[in-house]
Design a protein around this ligand. Sequence first.
Ligand SMILES: Nc1ncnc2c1ncn2[C@@H]1O[C@H](COP(=O)(O)OP(=O)(O)OP(=O)(O)O)[C@@H](O)[C@H]1O
Ligand SMILES: [Mg+2]
Length: 360
Amino acid sequence: MVNIQDLWLTYPGAASPSVKGVSIQIEAGEFLTLLGPSGCGKTSTLRSVAGLETPTGGSITIGATRVFGDEGRCNIPTHARDIAMVFQSYAIWPHMTVGQNVAFPLDVAGTSGDESRRRVAEVLDMVGLREYADRSATQLSGGQQQRVAIARALVRRSSVMLLDEPLSNLDAKLREQMRVELRDLLKRVGMTAIYVTHDQEEALMLSDRIALMQGGRLIESGTPRSLYLEPTTVFGATFLGAAEVIAVTARHGNRVDTAIGALQLERVLPDLTHVAIRPEAIVIEPTTGVSQSNDGINRMPATLTSVVFSGRHQQLVLELPGGRRLNAQVDATRPFAPGDAVVVALPPSRLMPLLEDAAA
Ligand SMILES: Nc1ncnc2c1ncn2[C@@H]1O[C@H](COP(=O)(O)OP(=O)(O)OP(=O)(O)O)[C@@H](O)[C@H]1O
Ligand SMILES: [Mg+2]
């Protein structure tokens, strides 16, 4: 539905490009999130798709229409692209009612009064604001205003919705509620969505697929599950959640040498440089107990240097014999105390083989 090929963007007067060779294809009905730290080029990429920035190179296709290409000789203006947009600032017109705000794109497109009224009612229904149609848009809460912005984006029935941090102005509770609402709504209408956020949890919860960006480049992409459980880069592993990253000094088949000893892996990558494990995947056992005799694979003695109870979990800091510390997260009910001697196991299935930099 949207095909971005080798997109480059250098802002006028800028020393270096803000978008560097990004290529990604978004399927019809797919919810794709561009995720990455501040300044990595998410908004620049999205605005290029919208036609609000003129790329330096590459091509963009929306549906069957090429909207940008040939070094800018093909460059279809924003209003003629089959897209709708929602931004962080709701851009609600204060002098209009809710209904007038939502009807505005239809007025511009010359849609007839009856048809317009029907479609405005339909989208206001979808966002749960039917009774608010005649209210002044300024008499709404932040969450309601953002719903108006979403309704206004839906009303033209474009194929693709572009959203740039649309929930970041809302308080935490409302943001969580709107997340689920927004996803359900876009799925229901079958719209293709490109969503920009720097919030990992939001990306994991909303997306069919996440494209991870850093320094203007697309580093890796995948489903939330695959990207969280099986990232392939150090950046991917650490950006999407906490991870203990351990450098690899040598590899022999599925076994790697590291500063904390030899580790057995279930998966390997040809040029892996690191392995990593998520805190919740680290298994901790008492030094005395039944399971200890198992196999000895990836097991090592450790001392607990810190135990922090946080209600749902306990955050532990473990110190291995060589002095390396690992953060682990375990069930809140387990009776651990600082100073405890334990056995740490790093399950081969949860060790993630990584490349230093896949972008190179
Ligand atoms: N209009 C502009 N002119 C010059 N440089 C710009 C312009 N807009 C963005 N940049 C630069 O391009 C780079 C990417 O910016 P962009 O806004 O795309 O990042 P982002 O990933 O959306 O970040 P954030 O999460 O903070 O919104 C940054 O270095 C930024 O300073
Ligand atoms: Mg941005």
